[in-house]
Design a protein around this ligand. Structure first.
Ligand SMILES: [Zn+2]
Length: 84
């Protein structure tokens, strides 16, 4: 008796997952009043030299604040340009 389970194959690779997280996070949390946002310099510092212990609060903030998340991606992108 063969029972085939209907199953989608989720093989998320990292890029796909990141793409999903990116499009989701960049819109999911508008935070127009920028409540609890870290300073731009904190985002910059974390992008340049991430230190897990120090940046835990900021990186957690990025998962619930779209403006900061987008800003962080911008900083990362510009760093990549600079070093490439
Ligand atoms: Zn924020």
């Amino acid at each position: 008796m063969s029972r085939k389970k209907q199953r989608h194959s989720y093989d998320f690779n990292d890029a796909e997952f990141f793409g999903f997280a990116k499009s989701y996070l960049s819109e999911a949390f508008p935070n127009p009043q920028r409540i609890g946002c870290p300073a731009n310099s904190d985002l910059q510092r974390m992008a340049e030299h991430p230190v897990e212990a120090r940046d835990a609060e900021v990186s957690e903030h990025l998962t619930c604040c779209s403006p900061c998340f987008n800003r962080y991606l911008e900083i990362l992108a510009s760093l990549r340009h600079r070093t490439a």
